[in-house]
Write a new protein. Structure first.
Length: 130
């Protein structure tokens, strides 16, 4: 009983200190109603200092840090070192049978594969296999 009484007295003392130091007219952690609210993170457009022309950001070599959009994709994987095909125009096979025929003949080709071909179907496999 004595322990709970001292705890209650301590809570009352803390409460009286908080109430004595509080100002009922102050708005704690609230935005002033006179200020217009802005979305978080928006500061508006930046204007350059007077007499200073805006300049693009440059990298350490004086180049633009953003890469150019003209780069070609770099091949990777088992076919990354293949340079065959000569001057042949890229061809896209219509189906699995045509792709298999192109892969097994001796004609130099550039085969453009832009979809998934299903070689698991029994109608698309041969007795020889791959």
């Amino acid at each position: 009983m004595a322990g709970s009484l001292s705890f209650i007295l301590l809570c009352l003392q803390v409460l009286s200190v908080v109430l004595a130091n509080s100002d009922p007219s102050a708005h704690i952690h609230r935005r002033s109603p006179e200020k217009a609210s802005k979305p978080s993170g928006s500061r508006g457009p930046k204007t350059p200092a007077p007499g200073v022309a805006p300049s693009p950001i440059r990298g350490p070599n004086g180049n633009s840090p953003e890469p150019k959009g003209t780069a070609k994709p770099v091949p990777f994987g088992f076919g990354s070192k293949v340079t065959g095909g000569g001057n042949a125009t890229p061809q896209t096979p219509k189906d699995t049978a045509q792709l298999e025929a192109w892969l097994t003949d001796k004609v130099p080709r550039v085969i453009l594969i832009n979809k998934t071909y299903d070689f698991t179907s029994p109608t698309n496999t041969t007795a020889n296999g791959w």
